[in-house]
Write a protein that binds this ligand. Sequence first.
Ligand code: GLY
Length: 327
Amino acid sequence: MMTGNEIRESYLKFFESKGHKILPSASLIPTNDPSILWTAAGMVPFKPFFTGAAKPDYTRVTTCQKCIRTPDIESVGRTARHHTFFEMLGNFSFGDYFKEKAIPWAWEYVTEHLKIPAEKLWVTIYLDDDEAFSIWNKVVGVPSERIVRMDKDTNFWEIGVGPCGPCSELYVDLGAERGCASPECGVGCDCDRYLEIWNLVFIQFFKDEEGNYSPLASKGIDTGFGLERVASVLQGVPSNFETDLLREIMDFTAGLFGLKYGADEKVDVALKVIADHCRAITFAITDGALPSNEGRGYVIRRLLRRAVRFGRLMGGEPGTCAQSYLD
Ligand code: GLY
């Protein structure tokens, strides 16, 4: 069984072996990008390299990026896979390789290095992306019935103003027992059966402030590989929270309240929320964001309040966590 740390290391080393420079995570506070509050994806620090506004030192880069995303905040703790803070592994090409390498490398890494069985993998592509279809089908060998064409809502990736493009996602089928049993259940269903683990973005457009798209002078690759999700698959646990990346935080918090994870569903949700929000708050404050009444600071305040509220639901007195973490 691979630990979270081993998966992170193995991913970065794999892409190093394919000529990528391993770079450290950037700050959670984006630099010179008023279009977003947080670094919410691995490509955020590299926007100027995709557009040509700045020249990169390396045209192939790989990172493990700290990310904060808040739109799913109400789902945190209630699903197996939602977070406000998570780690996104990624490989990036700035005008270097494109789909012809990104797709076979993703397959090679997942099937040969992580040893996820090929027959459990599904792929999505953007509606008219016949080139991606052909690489998945003819070069990699994924059967055509496991390559699903999806629309702009799911298979076109953009974040704020800047580089963007159609994408292709890799899913793991976790088995019918994890599904919703609906006859319509399939890749893209909201239930827990098909888990998206990797998003390969084929960067080729620039989206401006008005929402217009124009072609970029050179194409690039941006990928997002969810560390916590992949850890849950490899460790055979039912949610990201039970991986070694988060479980210890939940067990520690449960201990503070004299409780145990797994005995009461309401308590479990609270432990998950607290584990998630504590990670987000800790990394955000470490990167220089402080609680306040607006913008990023308000997000931290909201996360703190939610964590405290869920602590009270478990019977905690004000200060329970703060005091124990300091002890
Ligand atoms: N930039 C790709 C992703 O966040 O999924």
